[in-house]
Design a protein around this ligand. Sequence first.
Ligand code: GLU
Length: 502
Amino acid sequence: MAQVRVRFAPSPTGPLHIGGVRTALYNYLFAKKNNGTFILRIEDTDQARFVEGAEEYIMESLQWAGIKVDEGINEGGKDGPYRQSDRKAIYRQYADLLIEKGDAYYAFDSSEQLEALRTESEKAGNTFIYNAANRDKLSNSISLKESEWKEKLSKGEPYVIRYKMPDNEDIHFDDIIRGHIVVNTSTLDDKVLFKSDGMPTYHLANIVDDHLMEISHVIRGEEWLPSLPLHILLYRSFGWNPPLFAHLPLLLKPDGKGKLSKRDGDKMGFPVFPLFWPFGETAKGYREEGYYPEAFVNILALLGWNPGTEQEIFSMEELIEAFSIERVGKSGSRFDPEKAKWFNHQYLQQRTNEQLALDFREFLRAHGYHFDIVELEVLIGLVKERVSFVKDIWEQTDFFFKAPESYDKEVIKKRWKDDSASLLLELRSVLEKIDDFSSAAIEPVVKAWIEEKGYNMGTIMNAFRLVIVGASRGPHMYDIISWIGKEETLRRIDKGLSVIGK
Ligand code: GLU
């Protein structure tokens, strides 16, 4: 294979959807697998859709996910600049070249005129297409006399440059994922290549830049497939060799019906963006929700690509090793928010208790609790298997840090027996006498006492958990009381007895 050069070419029109991050990831994996170059090109020629902060958001998202850019705005590179608005001066000559060749033309129709024609056709049950079928009836350098359109140009009338779509021709091309495709040009329109504001459109800038940047493979979302016949024709008109193309399947809603949108995420409580988006209508991000970047990448990697084995957990290095475009499917991939959490759970389990304790200590500090790492490590060891996120640790351990403020009424009704209070009082005095308050030391003493007296273990432990935790949840009782210590344990028994009563 010739030198692999791929690009991720987002438009800075808002926060980057996770589908966009997946496109970047697949480009990156493909480049790294083939010792190639991964380029980040910002396509900001549509000034009306430009959103402040979006470019920085894109870069920060890639950085967070560990997708390293080889050539880009910050990285530099031989084919810069990498922001299309900084390349403005490049494009006009290419539009002119197409006009000279007779493959493009000037068009003077105003958007109001075109809009009127569209509505008129719709009323008659037709679709208006600006192409060979209508071109002659419109105001352009094909329909008008040369003297007329030249005069318009010299008077400075606003115009756009349109591609002259061939009439009724079958265009053949290949897509690595979708195979051979044939499209007849009669369904295509004379797309605008150059706008009256002096900027190229996406189509022209994209093709010119892919050529100048020597892009070998264009890997992008399926939504760009309809543009491919035009792109192929543009390469033909310029006399350039096109790159190879691979159009990635859509990311689908959890129910599999349609494209995954922000609304689905809002409804079901999961993010569809990598990072929190702070501008205007804000949006949740995977980073802020507590996902590890490694988990996030792993989730995206398997939404569309499959390794052909049962393996699900992949590091970035393993993904690079295993990735191939041939194993990307044609059909859309359903996003499963529960599976996403499962991935984070797996990555959290791989962390050491010490790493988690350090992260959790930050969380506790924000809540006004100060504990040393060693104590927290023990605590984390008790609940780690039950949590998928660092923030979940608090939900599983809040009662370690504070005595219950209330006691679960259902549990009282079901589990608080007539003799619960007197048994707890007796347990209190057993515990009071124990000097070594480690879990391993307390357990046999309490068990021996219950056995000797012939008490019901369930009644005692249910009541005990209720006064210590406030509910019937949490890890092993002896681990809990050992961690909170003897004094606190006795205090909680007293408090529980006084609130729940006899
Ligand atoms: N600027 C386009 C986008 O926003 C790029 C499409 C392509 O990769 O050609 O997705």
